[in-house]
Design a protein around this ligand. Structure first.
Ligand code: C2E
Ligand code: MG
Ligand code: MG
Length: 430
Protein backbone atom coordinates (compact mmCIF):
# COMPACT_ATOMS: atom_id res chain seq x y z
CA UNK A 1 0.00 0.00 0.00
CA UNK A 2 1.50 3.36 -0.84
CA UNK A 3 2.07 5.88 1.89
CA UNK A 4 -0.75 8.21 0.84
CA UNK A 5 -3.34 5.45 0.82
CA UNK A 6 -2.35 4.14 4.25
CA UNK A 7 -2.32 7.67 5.65
CA UNK A 8 -5.79 8.22 4.17
CA UNK A 9 -7.11 5.03 5.79
CA UNK A 10 -5.70 5.95 9.19
CA UNK A 11 -7.75 9.13 9.02
CA UNK A 12 -11.06 7.35 8.44
CA UNK A 13 -13.12 5.95 11.25
CA UNK A 14 -13.30 2.16 10.72
CA UNK A 15 -16.93 1.92 11.87
CA UNK A 16 -18.59 4.79 9.97
CA UNK A 17 -16.00 5.39 7.22
CA UNK A 18 -16.16 9.11 8.06
CA UNK A 19 -13.04 11.28 8.44
CA UNK A 20 -11.88 11.07 12.06
CA UNK A 21 -10.55 13.50 14.65
CA UNK A 22 -6.98 13.33 13.32
CA UNK A 23 -8.28 14.34 9.93
CA UNK A 24 -10.28 17.15 11.52
CA UNK A 25 -7.14 18.50 13.21
CA UNK A 26 -5.22 18.24 9.94
CA UNK A 27 -7.94 19.88 7.82
CA UNK A 28 -8.01 22.91 10.07
CA UNK A 29 -4.25 22.90 10.57
CA UNK A 30 -4.64 23.41 14.25
CA UNK A 31 -7.08 26.33 14.14
CA UNK A 32 -10.75 26.73 13.30
CA UNK A 33 -10.91 30.20 11.75
CA UNK A 34 -13.82 29.90 9.31
CA UNK A 35 -16.90 32.03 9.78
CA UNK A 36 -19.98 30.32 11.20
CA UNK A 37 -20.12 27.68 13.93
CA UNK A 38 -18.58 24.38 14.77
CA UNK A 39 -21.40 21.99 15.70
CA UNK A 40 -21.15 18.72 17.60
CA UNK A 41 -23.81 16.04 17.90
CA UNK A 42 -23.40 13.31 20.51
CA UNK A 43 -25.62 10.26 20.22
CA UNK A 44 -25.95 9.38 23.92
CA UNK A 45 -24.37 10.35 27.21
CA UNK A 46 -21.68 8.02 28.51
CA UNK A 47 -23.87 6.67 31.32
CA UNK A 48 -26.71 5.82 28.96
CA UNK A 49 -24.27 4.24 26.47
CA UNK A 50 -22.67 2.12 29.19
CA UNK A 51 -26.06 0.97 30.43
CA UNK A 52 -26.97 -0.16 26.91
CA UNK A 53 -23.55 -1.76 26.43
CA UNK A 54 -24.07 -3.71 29.64
CA UNK A 55 -27.51 -4.86 28.57
CA UNK A 56 -26.86 -5.63 24.90
CA UNK A 57 -23.12 -6.21 24.53
CA UNK A 58 -20.63 -4.60 22.17
CA UNK A 59 -21.94 -5.95 18.87
CA UNK A 60 -24.91 -3.62 18.82
CA UNK A 61 -22.82 -0.46 19.22
CA UNK A 62 -21.56 -0.43 15.62
CA UNK A 63 -25.15 -0.47 14.35
CA UNK A 64 -26.05 2.32 16.75
CA UNK A 65 -23.13 4.54 15.74
CA UNK A 66 -23.49 3.90 11.97
CA UNK A 67 -27.21 4.57 11.95
CA UNK A 68 -26.66 7.68 14.12
CA UNK A 69 -24.07 8.97 11.63
CA UNK A 70 -26.41 8.35 8.70
CA UNK A 71 -29.23 10.27 10.39
CA UNK A 72 -27.00 13.26 11.10
CA UNK A 73 -25.68 13.16 7.54
CA UNK A 74 -29.23 13.24 6.19
CA UNK A 75 -30.14 16.27 8.34
CA UNK A 76 -27.23 18.58 7.53
CA UNK A 77 -26.37 20.42 4.29
CA UNK A 78 -24.81 18.18 1.62
CA UNK A 79 -21.83 20.54 1.32
CA UNK A 80 -20.80 20.02 5.00
CA UNK A 81 -18.04 17.51 5.82
CA UNK A 82 -19.09 15.34 8.75
CA UNK A 83 -16.27 14.19 11.04
CA UNK A 84 -16.52 11.27 13.47
CA UNK A 85 -14.49 12.81 16.31
CA UNK A 86 -15.03 10.31 19.14
CA UNK A 87 -17.04 7.10 19.61
CA UNK A 88 -20.36 8.88 20.06
CA UNK A 89 -19.59 12.35 18.69
CA UNK A 90 -19.76 13.92 15.25
CA UNK A 91 -18.69 17.43 14.25
CA UNK A 92 -19.04 19.73 11.24
CA UNK A 93 -18.92 23.40 10.30
CA UNK A 94 -22.15 25.26 9.72
CA UNK A 95 -22.85 28.80 8.56
CA UNK A 96 -26.65 29.15 9.05
CA UNK A 97 -28.79 29.56 12.18
CA UNK A 98 -28.31 26.80 14.78
CA UNK A 99 -31.97 26.60 15.87
CA UNK A 100 -33.13 25.49 12.42
CA UNK A 101 -30.28 23.02 12.01
CA UNK A 102 -30.90 21.57 15.48
CA UNK A 103 -34.60 21.09 14.69
CA UNK A 104 -33.70 19.22 11.49
CA UNK A 105 -31.30 16.92 13.39
CA UNK A 106 -33.76 16.34 16.25
CA UNK A 107 -36.45 15.37 13.75
CA UNK A 108 -34.22 12.52 12.55
CA UNK A 109 -33.83 11.13 16.07
CA UNK A 110 -37.47 10.83 17.09
CA UNK A 111 -37.57 7.12 16.30
CA UNK A 112 -35.40 4.43 17.91
CA UNK A 113 -32.31 2.99 16.27
CA UNK A 114 -32.62 -0.74 15.66
CA UNK A 115 -29.54 -2.56 16.83
CA UNK A 116 -29.74 -6.25 15.93
CA UNK A 117 -33.53 -5.87 16.01
CA UNK A 118 -33.61 -4.17 19.40
CA UNK A 119 -35.03 -0.63 19.37
CA UNK A 120 -32.62 1.67 21.25
CA UNK A 121 -33.65 5.27 21.91
CA UNK A 122 -30.78 7.67 21.20
CA UNK A 123 -30.45 10.64 23.57
CA UNK A 124 -28.71 13.21 21.46
CA UNK A 125 -26.98 16.38 22.59
CA UNK A 126 -26.26 19.25 20.20
CA UNK A 127 -23.58 21.83 21.01
CA UNK A 128 -22.19 24.71 18.98
CA UNK A 129 -19.45 27.29 19.25
CA UNK A 130 -18.68 30.33 17.11
CA UNK A 131 -15.48 29.78 15.20
CA UNK A 132 -13.35 32.73 16.18
CA UNK A 133 -9.85 31.47 15.66
CA UNK A 134 -10.03 28.60 18.12
CA UNK A 135 -7.46 25.94 18.75
CA UNK A 136 -8.99 22.74 17.35
CA UNK A 137 -8.86 20.66 20.53
CA UNK A 138 -10.21 23.58 22.55
CA UNK A 139 -13.05 24.01 20.03
CA UNK A 140 -13.95 20.31 20.24
CA UNK A 141 -13.83 20.31 24.04
CA UNK A 142 -16.01 23.43 24.21
CA UNK A 143 -18.52 21.90 21.78
CA UNK A 144 -18.69 18.75 23.87
CA UNK A 145 -19.39 20.82 27.01
CA UNK A 146 -22.22 22.58 25.14
CA UNK A 147 -23.60 19.27 23.83
CA UNK A 148 -23.67 17.85 27.38
CA UNK A 149 -25.29 21.04 28.63
CA UNK A 150 -27.98 20.78 25.94
CA UNK A 151 -29.40 17.57 27.41
CA UNK A 152 -30.74 19.53 30.38
CA UNK A 153 -32.43 22.16 28.17
CA UNK A 154 -35.94 22.04 26.74
CA UNK A 155 -34.73 23.16 23.29
CA UNK A 156 -32.18 20.31 23.23
CA UNK A 157 -29.26 22.36 21.89
CA UNK A 158 -26.81 24.81 23.43
CA UNK A 159 -24.21 27.32 22.35
CA UNK A 160 -21.00 27.13 24.37
CA UNK A 161 -21.14 29.43 27.39
CA UNK A 162 -17.69 30.16 28.86
CA UNK A 163 -19.12 31.33 32.19
CA UNK A 164 -20.81 27.97 32.84
CA UNK A 165 -17.73 26.17 31.61
CA UNK A 166 -15.45 28.00 34.03
CA UNK A 167 -17.13 26.06 36.87
CA UNK A 168 -16.23 22.77 35.13
CA UNK A 169 -12.67 23.93 34.63
CA UNK A 170 -12.36 25.02 38.23
CA UNK A 171 -13.64 21.59 39.24
CA UNK A 172 -10.99 20.00 37.08
CA UNK A 173 -8.23 22.17 38.54
CA UNK A 174 -9.42 21.42 42.07
CA UNK A 175 -9.44 17.68 41.44
CA UNK A 176 -6.04 17.68 39.80
CA UNK A 177 -4.50 19.62 42.71
CA UNK A 178 -5.98 17.58 45.52
CA UNK A 179 -3.13 15.06 45.72
CA UNK A 180 -0.53 17.81 45.95
CA UNK A 181 -2.61 19.48 48.65
CA UNK A 182 -2.58 16.21 50.61
CA UNK A 183 1.18 15.91 50.14
CA UNK A 184 1.96 19.59 50.78
CA UNK A 185 1.65 19.45 54.55
CA UNK A 186 0.47 23.05 54.80
CA UNK A 187 -2.48 23.57 52.42
CA UNK A 188 -4.98 21.54 54.45
CA UNK A 189 -5.99 22.56 57.94
CA UNK A 190 -8.75 21.90 60.39
CA UNK A 191 -11.00 24.52 61.92
CA UNK A 192 -12.92 23.68 65.09
CA UNK A 193 -16.43 24.87 65.88
CA UNK A 194 -17.60 24.71 69.50
CA UNK A 195 -20.67 22.74 70.47
CA UNK A 196 -22.36 23.75 73.76
CA UNK A 197 -24.55 21.79 76.14
CA UNK A 198 -27.84 23.74 76.45
CA UNK A 199 -28.68 22.57 79.95
CA UNK A 200 -25.35 23.26 81.65
CA UNK A 201 -24.02 25.98 79.33
CA UNK A 202 -20.72 24.08 79.22
CA UNK A 203 -18.62 23.18 76.22
CA UNK A 204 -19.75 19.82 74.83
CA UNK A 205 -17.14 19.36 72.12
CA UNK A 206 -15.67 20.56 68.84
CA UNK A 207 -16.60 19.77 65.26
CA UNK A 208 -13.52 19.48 63.04
CA UNK A 209 -14.12 21.22 59.69
CA UNK A 210 -11.67 20.86 56.85
CA UNK A 211 -10.09 23.95 55.29
CA UNK A 212 -8.05 24.07 52.10
CA UNK A 213 -5.98 27.14 51.36
CA UNK A 214 -4.66 26.75 47.83
CA UNK A 215 -1.50 28.71 46.91
CA UNK A 216 -3.17 30.48 43.96
CA UNK A 217 -6.92 29.83 44.24
CA UNK A 218 -7.02 30.89 47.91
CA UNK A 219 -9.48 29.37 50.37
CA UNK A 220 -11.66 26.66 48.81
CA UNK A 221 -14.81 25.68 50.69
CA UNK A 222 -15.25 22.05 51.72
CA UNK A 223 -18.77 22.34 50.33
CA UNK A 224 -17.06 22.75 46.94
CA UNK A 225 -14.11 20.36 47.06
CA UNK A 226 -15.51 17.47 49.09
CA UNK A 227 -18.28 16.58 46.62
CA UNK A 228 -15.59 16.69 43.89
CA UNK A 229 -13.24 14.50 45.92
CA UNK A 230 -16.14 12.10 46.38
CA UNK A 231 -16.14 11.45 42.64
CA UNK A 232 -12.60 10.08 42.93
CA UNK A 233 -10.56 7.81 45.13
CA UNK A 234 -9.03 10.87 46.84
CA UNK A 235 -11.93 10.92 49.26
CA UNK A 236 -10.37 8.05 51.21
CA UNK A 237 -7.01 9.78 51.58
CA UNK A 238 -8.78 12.98 52.52
CA UNK A 239 -10.76 11.29 55.28
CA UNK A 240 -7.61 9.54 56.51
CA UNK A 241 -5.89 12.93 56.67
CA UNK A 242 -8.80 14.47 58.60
CA UNK A 243 -9.04 11.56 61.06
CA UNK A 244 -5.31 11.72 61.81
CA UNK A 245 -5.18 15.49 62.08
CA UNK A 246 -8.28 15.66 64.32
CA UNK A 247 -7.07 12.93 66.67
CA UNK A 248 -3.60 14.50 66.82
CA UNK A 249 -5.16 17.85 67.78
CA UNK A 250 -7.29 16.17 70.44
CA UNK A 251 -4.14 14.56 71.88
CA UNK A 252 -2.29 17.90 71.85
CA UNK A 253 -5.15 19.57 73.74
CA UNK A 254 -5.20 16.73 76.27
CA UNK A 255 -1.48 17.26 76.87
CA UNK A 256 -2.36 20.90 77.59
CA UNK A 257 -5.03 19.81 80.05
CA UNK A 258 -8.07 20.27 77.80
CA UNK A 259 -10.28 17.26 77.26
CA UNK A 260 -12.40 18.08 74.22
CA UNK A 261 -14.57 15.48 72.48
CA UNK A 262 -14.15 15.87 68.73
CA UNK A 263 -16.71 15.30 65.99
CA UNK A 264 -15.33 14.34 62.60
CA UNK A 265 -17.20 14.40 59.30
CA UNK A 266 -16.83 11.29 57.19
CA UNK A 267 -17.92 10.85 53.63
CA UNK A 268 -20.71 8.36 52.96
CA UNK A 269 -18.27 6.67 50.59
CA UNK A 270 -15.95 5.83 53.50
CA UNK A 271 -18.70 3.98 55.28
CA UNK A 272 -19.68 2.01 52.23
CA UNK A 273 -16.26 0.36 52.28
CA UNK A 274 -15.99 -2.72 54.42
CA UNK A 275 -13.31 -2.36 57.08
CA UNK A 276 -13.69 1.39 57.68
CA UNK A 277 -15.00 0.87 61.22
CA UNK A 278 -12.30 -1.67 62.09
CA UNK A 279 -9.60 0.73 60.80
CA UNK A 280 -11.00 3.59 62.84
CA UNK A 281 -11.26 1.50 66.01
CA UNK A 282 -7.62 0.46 65.55
CA UNK A 283 -6.60 4.09 65.05
CA UNK A 284 -8.31 5.10 68.31
CA UNK A 285 -6.57 2.26 70.08
CA UNK A 286 -3.16 3.26 68.72
CA UNK A 287 -3.68 6.85 69.80
CA UNK A 288 -5.15 5.84 73.16
CA UNK A 289 -8.34 7.83 72.54
CA UNK A 290 -11.38 6.72 74.46
CA UNK A 291 -14.18 5.84 71.97
CA UNK A 292 -16.70 7.95 73.91
CA UNK A 293 -14.59 11.06 73.17
CA UNK A 294 -15.07 10.93 69.42
CA UNK A 295 -18.04 11.25 67.17
CA UNK A 296 -18.34 10.48 63.47
CA UNK A 297 -20.82 12.54 61.48
CA UNK A 298 -22.30 11.35 58.24
CA UNK A 299 -25.10 12.57 56.02
CA UNK A 300 -28.06 10.63 54.69
CA UNK A 301 -26.22 10.25 51.36
CA UNK A 302 -24.64 7.35 53.18
CA UNK A 303 -27.74 5.30 52.48
CA UNK A 304 -27.71 5.85 48.74
CA UNK A 305 -25.29 2.98 48.19
CA UNK A 306 -24.41 -0.31 49.81
CA UNK A 307 -26.99 -0.05 52.50
CA UNK A 308 -26.05 -3.32 54.18
CA UNK A 309 -22.36 -2.49 54.42
CA UNK A 310 -23.11 0.99 55.80
CA UNK A 311 -25.45 -0.35 58.47
CA UNK A 312 -23.00 -3.03 59.56
CA UNK A 313 -20.08 -0.55 59.66
CA UNK A 314 -22.15 1.86 61.77
CA UNK A 315 -23.26 -0.94 64.07
CA UNK A 316 -19.61 -1.92 64.58
CA UNK A 317 -18.76 1.68 65.56
CA UNK A 318 -21.70 1.86 67.96
CA UNK A 319 -20.79 -1.49 69.49
CA UNK A 320 -17.51 0.13 70.53
CA UNK A 321 -19.39 3.08 72.04
CA UNK A 322 -18.21 5.48 69.31
CA UNK A 323 -20.75 8.27 68.84
CA UNK A 324 -22.41 8.27 65.45
CA UNK A 325 -24.27 11.37 64.29
CA UNK A 326 -26.72 11.76 61.44
CA UNK A 327 -25.71 15.18 60.06
CA UNK A 328 -27.78 17.76 58.15
CA UNK A 329 -31.04 16.11 59.12
CA UNK A 330 -33.93 17.85 57.37
CA UNK A 331 -32.18 18.46 54.04
CA UNK A 332 -32.46 16.50 50.83
CA UNK A 333 -34.57 13.42 51.19
CA UNK A 334 -34.29 13.05 54.96
CA UNK A 335 -36.50 10.20 55.83
CA UNK A 336 -38.00 9.73 59.26
CA UNK A 337 -37.70 5.97 58.72
CA UNK A 338 -33.90 6.27 58.82
CA UNK A 339 -33.84 7.48 62.36
CA UNK A 340 -35.67 4.46 63.63
CA UNK A 341 -33.45 2.02 61.72
CA UNK A 342 -29.95 3.42 61.75
CA UNK A 343 -27.31 2.50 64.29
CA UNK A 344 -26.72 6.15 65.26
CA UNK A 345 -27.15 7.97 68.57
CA UNK A 346 -26.96 11.67 67.66
CA UNK A 347 -29.23 13.65 65.37
CA UNK A 348 -28.01 16.98 64.00
CA UNK A 349 -30.89 19.15 62.84
CA UNK A 350 -29.85 21.09 59.77
CA UNK A 351 -29.48 24.85 59.71
CA UNK A 352 -32.27 25.17 57.11
CA UNK A 353 -34.80 23.78 59.61
CA UNK A 354 -33.37 25.73 62.54
CA UNK A 355 -33.13 29.14 60.85
CA UNK A 356 -36.87 29.99 60.56
CA UNK A 357 -38.07 28.74 63.95
CA UNK A 358 -38.13 32.11 65.70
CA UNK A 359 -40.27 33.72 62.99
CA UNK A 360 -42.48 30.90 61.77
CA UNK A 361 -44.85 28.92 64.00
CA UNK A 362 -45.10 25.93 61.66
CA UNK A 363 -41.30 25.55 61.35
CA UNK A 364 -41.12 25.82 65.12
CA UNK A 365 -43.64 22.99 65.48
CA UNK A 366 -41.68 20.77 63.11
CA UNK A 367 -38.43 21.22 65.03
CA UNK A 368 -40.09 20.90 68.42
CA UNK A 369 -41.76 17.64 67.36
CA UNK A 370 -38.55 16.36 65.80
CA UNK A 371 -36.67 16.92 69.05
CA UNK A 372 -39.37 15.06 71.00
CA UNK A 373 -39.44 12.19 68.49
CA UNK A 374 -35.65 11.87 68.44
CA UNK A 375 -35.60 11.80 72.26
CA UNK A 376 -38.19 9.01 72.25
CA UNK A 377 -35.80 7.08 70.02
CA UNK A 378 -32.90 7.74 72.43
CA UNK A 379 -31.05 10.22 70.27
CA UNK A 380 -29.09 13.14 71.61
CA UNK A 381 -30.18 16.15 69.53
CA UNK A 382 -27.84 18.86 68.23
CA UNK A 383 -29.13 22.00 66.52
CA UNK A 384 -26.84 23.40 63.83
CA UNK A 385 -26.63 26.93 62.47
CA UNK A 386 -27.92 28.83 65.51
CA UNK A 387 -27.35 32.47 64.63
CA UNK A 388 -29.55 34.41 67.07
CA UNK A 389 -30.42 34.57 70.75
CA UNK A 390 -34.12 34.00 69.93
CA UNK A 391 -33.39 30.73 68.13
CA UNK A 392 -31.05 29.63 70.92
CA UNK A 393 -33.71 30.35 73.57
CA UNK A 394 -36.46 28.51 71.67
CA UNK A 395 -34.34 25.39 71.19
CA UNK A 396 -33.28 25.43 74.83
CA UNK A 397 -36.91 25.63 75.96
CA UNK A 398 -37.77 22.60 73.80
CA UNK A 399 -35.10 20.47 75.46
CA UNK A 400 -32.62 20.32 72.56
CA UNK A 401 -29.36 18.89 73.93
CA UNK A 402 -26.49 20.66 72.17
CA UNK A 403 -26.09 23.93 70.32
CA UNK A 404 -23.81 24.85 67.46
CA UNK A 405 -23.72 27.99 65.32
CA UNK A 406 -22.32 31.46 64.76
CA UNK A 407 -24.32 32.74 67.76
CA UNK A 408 -21.93 30.73 69.94
CA UNK A 409 -18.86 30.86 67.75
CA UNK A 410 -17.70 30.54 64.16
CA UNK A 411 -15.24 27.73 63.41
CA UNK A 412 -11.88 28.65 64.99
CA UNK A 413 -8.22 27.81 64.46
CA UNK A 414 -6.88 25.27 66.96
CA UNK A 415 -5.10 27.91 69.15
CA UNK A 416 -8.20 30.15 69.15
CA UNK A 417 -10.35 27.16 70.07
CA UNK A 418 -8.10 26.44 73.05
CA UNK A 419 -8.55 30.03 74.22
CA UNK A 420 -12.33 29.74 73.78
CA UNK A 421 -12.40 26.40 75.60
CA UNK A 422 -10.19 27.25 78.55
CA UNK A 423 -12.88 28.71 80.81
CA UNK A 424 -15.28 25.81 80.17
CA UNK A 425 -13.42 22.55 80.07
CA UNK A 426 -12.72 20.11 82.78
CA UNK A 427 -8.99 19.57 83.06
CA UNK A 428 -7.92 16.16 81.74
CA UNK A 429 -5.68 15.84 84.75
CA UNK A 430 -8.51 16.58 87.19
P1 C2E B 1 -21.49 20.31 58.24
O1 C2E B 1 -20.78 19.10 58.71
O2 C2E B 1 -22.97 20.34 58.40
O3 C2E B 1 -20.81 21.54 58.98
C1 C2E B 1 -21.47 22.70 59.33
C2 C2E B 1 -21.24 23.78 58.33
O4 C2E B 1 -22.05 24.89 58.64
C3 C2E B 1 -19.80 24.31 58.35
O5 C2E B 1 -19.51 24.79 57.03
C4 C2E B 1 -19.91 25.48 59.31
O6 C2E B 1 -18.90 26.46 59.14
C5 C2E B 1 -21.26 26.04 58.93
N1 C2E B 1 -21.91 26.75 60.04
C6 C2E B 1 -21.80 26.50 61.36
N2 C2E B 1 -22.57 27.35 62.07
C7 C2E B 1 -23.21 28.13 61.19
C8 C2E B 1 -24.16 29.21 61.31
O7 C2E B 1 -24.58 29.60 62.39
N3 C2E B 1 -24.59 29.78 60.16
C9 C2E B 1 -24.15 29.39 58.94
N4 C2E B 1 -24.61 30.02 57.86
N5 C2E B 1 -23.25 28.37 58.78
C10 C2E B 1 -22.79 27.75 59.89
P2 C2E B 1 -18.17 24.36 56.29
O8 C2E B 1 -17.04 24.32 57.24
O9 C2E B 1 -18.08 25.22 55.08
O10 C2E B 1 -18.46 22.87 55.87
C11 C2E B 1 -19.45 22.56 54.95
C12 C2E B 1 -19.68 21.08 54.87
O11 C2E B 1 -18.53 20.42 54.31
C13 C2E B 1 -19.87 20.41 56.23
O12 C2E B 1 -21.18 20.57 56.66
C14 C2E B 1 -19.53 18.97 55.91
O13 C2E B 1 -20.63 18.33 55.30
C15 C2E B 1 -18.44 19.14 54.87
N6 C2E B 1 -17.16 18.96 55.54
C16 C2E B 1 -16.42 19.85 56.25
N7 C2E B 1 -15.28 19.28 56.68
C17 C2E B 1 -15.31 17.97 56.28
C18 C2E B 1 -14.43 16.85 56.42
O14 C2E B 1 -13.39 16.91 57.09
N8 C2E B 1 -14.80 15.68 55.83
C19 C2E B 1 -15.98 15.57 55.13
N9 C2E B 1 -16.27 14.39 54.56
N10 C2E B 1 -16.83 16.60 54.98
C20 C2E B 1 -16.50 17.78 55.56
MG1 MG C 1 -20.94 17.98 60.28
MG1 MG D 1 -24.46 19.73 59.14
Amino acid sequence: MDLHVSQFLVQLDPVTGLPNRQRFVQDFSGYVTQSGSLVMVTLADAKHFNEILRALGHEWSDDFVCEGAARIRAAIPKSATLYHVSVLSFAFLHSGPIAQLAAAIQAKFISPIFCQDIPVMPRIGIGAINCVSLNVSEALRACLVAAQESRGLAQGWAVYDPTKDSAHRRGFVILSQLSSALASGDQLRLAFQPKMDFASGRLAGAEALLRWVHPTLGAISPAEFIPLAETTDHVHQLTAWVLNAALAQGAAWRRDGLNIPISINVSPLNLSQRGFAAGFIELLDRRAVSPGDVELEFTEGVLATNNDIVVSELAELRAQNINVALDDFGTGFSNLGYISRLPANILKIDRSLVLPIAADRRSALVVQSLIALAHELDYRVVAEGIETAAVYAALKSWGCDDAQGYFISRPLTAPDFALFAAPYTVSAAA
